[in-house]
Design a protein. Structure first.
Length: 670
């Protein structure tokens, strides 16, 4: 991107940051009107992977939003109409999103990669009178289900030649924009409590529900986030689905403060991190796990002497950050250290500071360079982040601000502050947000530090589920408290610590309640385990379905002079290629041919058993009931494509359980 042009506008724009006030805005379109006055020549969106590359200033982006809105009005869109928007990340999404709102309408959003039946369900359930789709391919996927719906028109966000679908009027992006250019946009007064969007829960079970979010709900996120951080015209890299509430609200916030938003994807993210050099990024734990694994692989590829040096620095730095947390009162294991404990921690931190700084100069600085070298902080949500990831990123000097929220809460309710970043916690509430922890059965409040059901009340809580008053009444009580369905506890300073989903709790025959997520996170520390899901409801012990890291197992097998035979010709050929490469590099003419083994063979099973036992027992708060008694290895990973992961990479536990029910039953026999 054009750094010099951005820099030339930064000083002037920064002078206005402290005067930014969105409290008077009644709607998101009004927020944009304020932002464009402040940052008109600042680059707003940048898509290096579009053909051609897209780069728009705030003024250019806002002009496109208004032109899009005018085009919709020219097609007959009225205030309060509902329009479905099915698209993934690209600059035209935000044009369509705010164009719909600018025309006075409400959008129902979802990604184009969602299942066809799900998209048709949303289109019907949302009472949409029009459809905006990412491209011709998305339209083709839906075509057979559209003719019976009361749609007035369809718009493609590409410039492809529209596909014919019965008698429906279909325009591409340029055609709609041309229509808008010849039509004056009529101002539509919007109130804060008016419906802005229907966001359908990605859900780990069942069909999605339409979450009704008002302009006030979404604007509360801008005000709430501003109380925590000031992004100051920074660079933001976007990889999460833009239609998902987490990414969407964060983008509204960063746009409100003049940031430049760049779009990336899994294929290009490592390259874009280095080249775009983001200051901020939001993602789910799976991405941080991927970055961590990449770094660990680089460490393992180093000569033995350097590996030992890196391990030394990491061990020292882990002790250093543990002491520093106690010293500052942000250790989750010891939130109220005594004077003596603080003194001991201060001495330890002082002694370890110099080797930690040396490790930073020799090792950690290179890790930061791998993500661009200019990250001010990362934001993690959409699930709990594993303890070993928290530790690693703190060691290498990359701040992660964890947070909490749901689609039904717009989504952010809590976020960790830079000045109170309790690793493993989920932060303090946003302004005007209340947290209540109650007994799941009696709904009576429980004491501080005791686990219970988490209830939330605040300006971000949804209006309800669309056309589903029964579900709304079940989720929000008459006093406005929203039932999150999550279990957690709070501290004296209102830090929220989520311990698991109430419906995910596994109850053993002993009566012990087990929260699977923390144990799963601990097991993922093993380089041989790629994915894991605990099972064991109404059983004597826990069980696990494990997707192993085949590459790591192959390397282990070679070191053991074993021929690990993994079903699947492609993997088999890859393994054979690695074996031949190893033999050419390190010839061993007198070594007999490796013994063939499968994933079910005893050496492999023993290895996984050792890994599970070590990682689970090393987890803070380990209890005997946490032990994983039985497990099975799966060759098929959990993915979005096979329906085992949600769009935000959460395991769909009920779907996995249903698919492998026979294996689970067999696992516990005897």
């Amino acid at each position: 991107m054009n750094r010099s042009h951005t820099a030339s506008t930064s000083q002037q724009a920064r002078q206005t940051l402290n005067r930014l006030d969105y409290s008077q805005a009644n709607s998101l379109p009004e927020m944009w009107a304020i932002a464009v006055q402040r940052f008109s020549q600042q680059i707003a969106v940048y898509d290096p992977h579009a053909e051609p590359t897209v780069k728009l200033t705030y003024a250019e982006l806002y002009q496109q939003m208004q032109q899009f809105a005018a085009g919709l009005q020219a097609l007959g869109v009225q205030k309060g109409d509902h329009i479905a928007l099915f698209s993934d990340n690209n600059p035209r999404w935000i044009v369509a999103d705010q164009g719909i709102m600018g025309a006075g309408a409400v959008n129902a959003v979802r990604g184009s990669q969602a299942d066809r039946d799900e998209l048709l369900f949303i289109l019907t359930n949302s009472d949409s009178i029009a459809l905006i789709v990412q491209d011709r391919a998305t339209l083709k996927k839906l075509a057979q289900g559209l003719e019976s719906l009361p749609l007035k028109f369809i718009v493609l966000l590409t410039d492809e030649t529209p596909l014919s679908v019965g008698a429906l009027k279909i325009l591409n992006f340029s055609q709609l924009m041309a229509l808008g250019a010849g039509h004056s946009l009529q101002s539509v007064p919007l109130e804060r409590d008016m419906l802005a969007t229907l966001m359908y829960t990605s859900g780990t079970s069942g069909m999605p529900k339409g979450v009704m979010l008002s302009h006030s709900n979404l604007l509360s996120q801008i005000r709430g986030a501003a109380s925590v951080v000031n992004p100051q015209l920074g660079r933001v890299l976007s990889i999460l689905p833009i239609w998902h509430c987490y990414e969407r609200s964060f983008e509204y916030f960063t746009f409100a403060y003049g940031c430049t938003q760049a779009y990336t994807n899994i294929r290009y993210v490592k390259k874009d991190l280095k080249e775009f050099k983001p200051n901020y990024m939001v993602a789910v734990p799976r991405l941080w796990e991927s970055i961590y694994e990449g770094v660990q692989k680089q460490f393992r590829d180093q000569p033995p002497q350097k590996q030992r040096l890196v391990k030394f620095f990491l061990d020292v730095s882990h002790r250093y950050i543990a002491a520093r947390r106690i010293l500052h009162g942000v250790s989750l294991e010891n939130l109220k250290p005594s004077i003596a404990q603080r003194l001991i921690a201060a001495i330890q931190a002082a002694l370890l500071w110099l080797p930690h700084q040396l490790g930073d100069r020799l090792v950690y600085k290179q890790v930061r360079a791998g993500v661009g070298g200019e990250v001010k902080f990362l934001v993690s949500g959409g699930g709990s982040i594993a303890e070993h990831l928290e530790d690693f990123f703190e060691v290498v000097g990359i701040d992660i601000l964890g947070g909490y929220g749901l689609t039904e809460t717009s989504p952010i309710t809590h976020v960790r502050r830079t000045w109170r970043n309790i690793r493993g916690g989920d932060g303090q509430p946003l302004p005007d947000t209340e947290t209540r922890i109650v007994d799941p059965e009696t709904r009576q409040p429980v004491p501080l530090y005791k686990q219970g059901l988490v209830l939330i009340r605040g300006p971000q809580v949804m209006q309800g589920y669309y056309k589903n008053p029964e579900a709304t009444a079940k989720a929000i009580d008459p006093d406005g408290w929203f039932n999150t369905g999550d279990l957690g506890w709070v501290t004296e300073q209102d830090d929220l610590i989520i311990t698991g989903r109430a419906k995910d709790t596994i109850v053993l025959t002993s009566g012990e309640n087990i929260e699977p997520q923390p144990i799963e996170d601990a097991c993922l520390r093993s380089s041989y385990i790629d994915q894991i899901m605990l099972v064991g409801q109404d059983q004597k012990v826990l069980g696990a379905l494990i997707v192993p890291n085949v590459e790591a197992l192959q390397k282990w097998a070679m070191a053991q002079n074993m021929d690990l035979q993994v079903p699947g010709e492609e993997r088999r050929q890859e393994a054979e290629g690695r074996r031949q490469e190893a033999e050419e590099t390190y010839p061993t003419p007198h070594t007999p041919h490796p013994t063939p083994h499968t994933l079910d063979s005893k050496p492999v099973q023993d290895l996984i058993r050792q890994e599970l036992t070590r990682e689970v027992q090393n987890r803070p708060g380990y209890r005997a009931d946490d032990r994983i008694g039985v497990f099975r290895l799966l060759l098929e990973p959990f993915t979005i494509e096979n329906g085992l992961l949600t769009q935000t990479l959460k395991i769909r536990r009920n779907v996995v359980t249903e698919r492998y029910q026979g294996m689970i039953n067999e696992m516990f026999v005897g």
